[in-house]
Design a protein. Structure first.
Length: 432
């Protein structure tokens, strides 16, 4: 069996425990299996590089960026070092800014509270509602062994922020009304069940637009008796851990305009960005555990699911993922997973909790080093607490990272059992 180009959607079907097995793989990434070490190095290097380059770039006076008038809020990504120095080094200016904020309008957010209310409790617009997925019941929505006669099952993978390709696929699959727009899509799939197998994020410029379209269709599909289920991919795991090395500049701009600018406006300040130390605050705030999209979207996504006799997952499953219990094998030292529902429960519990603790929305820091250290800890804690079903990196056994069925590229898979399972699938298909 030859694999399609690694940038395309790859679906592999094989036989596992009586089920077909569908996975979606993306281009191999340069990601270490040591998550915490890689996380610290990647973040600190990116942050410090941004600050140093900003210092070299300009020797003139730095304009004051914290406009508290909500109609003139400046939204900035990658705050330069001079800004930190100016802001943190002058206590009188900081006190003056806070005083002006309180005089001009009441603060809409407790300094330690989550940012979510700024986008969901606005009387004029509940922006987060556009990303809301139907609630998923673990043990039921992720396990659908019985299908209606003639009920269609559709699957597709790696969207990577390409809204045009996504729209084209959904229309071709007769799931999206071609007369409807991306902003107001209309489900045309009836009772069909569609599974998106992960990696909506990174490499494209319209990641949020893709999520909005899919979420809207998912809500409509449920009302029509069908379903559109979203699974985690390894790029969703990367973003949740504060690792954005595969994000396009255009994608970061989309997050800043769609998410960051709204928070700036509703909060009356962009001080909330400081706690992310210039590492794409709008993107990070959206996908971190307990973040803006955790409750309504990420918490309703799955690691794997069963539909009919087919198992769907981003990278792969083995028998070790499906054993009962959740412990460590004494002989191999490897993690024992607890079945599909256990994988989904672990991912949900992790993504709904803000593991870093309280926010610092007022940006009350004394030094630049304190800003960087706080952001590093924010990322480190997310990585350390990440369940094995989402973490690990290339080569790990995680269902979103393993490469047993996709490497080496365009050759027989390295897993000795893979060919046998694929052969069983084709034999089953031929006989049936």
């Amino acid at each position: 069996m030859r694999f399609v180009d690694s940038r395309s959607v790859l679906q592999i079907m094989s036989m596992m425990s009586g089920y077909f097995f569908v996975t979606s793989f993306s281009r191999p990434l340069a990601y270490s299996t040591s998550r915490s070490t890689t996380l610290t190095h990647t973040f600190s290097s990116a942050a410090k590089s941004s600050f140093v380059s900003s210092r070299r770039r300009s020797s003139c006076a730095v304009p004051h960026l914290l406009h508290t008038n909500r109609h003139h809020t400046v939204a900035r990504r990658g705050v330069p070092l001079q800004f930190f120095s100016t802001l943190l080094g002058d206590e009188s200016n900081k006190e003056k800014d806070q005083s002006e904020q309180q005089e001009q309008q009441p603060l809409l957010l407790d300094p330690k509270a989550p940012l979510r209310p700024l986008l969901s409790d606005n009387s004029h617009e509940n922006h987060l509602s556009r990303y809301t997925l139907p609630p998923t019941s673990i043990g039921e929505d992720d396990y659908r062994p019985t299908l209606k006669k003639g009920q269609r099952v559709v699957a597709f993978g790696d969207v990577h922020g390409d809204i045009s390709a996504l729209r084209s696929f959904l229309i071709t699959a007769e799931l999206l009304d071609p007369e409807s727009s991306n902003d107001e899509p209309m489900w045309a799939g009836g009772d069909a069940i569609c599974v998106q197998t992960g990696d909506v994020l990174d490499r494209g410029d319209d990641e949020l637009a893709c999520f909005r379209l899919l979420a809207t269709l998912a809500r409509q599909a449920k009302k029509a008796g069908g379903a559109l289920l979203l699974l985690y991919g390894n790029h969703e795991s990367l973003n949740a851990a504060g690792l954005f090395q595969y994000a396009n500049p255009g994608g970061n701009t989309e997050f800043d305009k769609t998410i960051g600018a709204r928070i700036d406006y509703n909060y009356g300040s962009n001080r909330w960005r400081l706690q992310f130390a210039g590492n794409e605050p709008s993107r990070w705030a959206s996908f971190e555990p307990g973040g803006l999209l955790a409750e309504n979207m990420l918490g309703n996504m799955l690691v794997a699911c069963v539909v009919g006799r087919t198992v769907f997952v981003h990278a792969g499953l083995t028998s070790s993922h499906l054993r009962d219990g959740n412990s460590v094998d004494e002989e191999t030292g490897k993690k024992k997973y607890g079945g599909i529902s256990q994988l989904n429960e672990e991912a949900r519990e992790w993504i709904l909790k803000a593991h870093h603790g309280d926010n610092n929305n007022w940006g009350e820091y004394n030094t630049v080093e304190e800003v960087i250290a706080t952001a590093q800890n924010r990322a480190r804690v997310a990585s350390k607490t990440m369940p094995d079903c989402l973490g690990g990196g290339i080569g790990a056994s995680s269902p979103v990272w393993m490469r047993d069925y996709s490497q080496p590229n365009d050759k027989e898979p390295k897993n000795p059992k893979a060919n046998a399972m694929i052969g069983m699938y084709f034999l089953f298909t031929f006989v049936c």
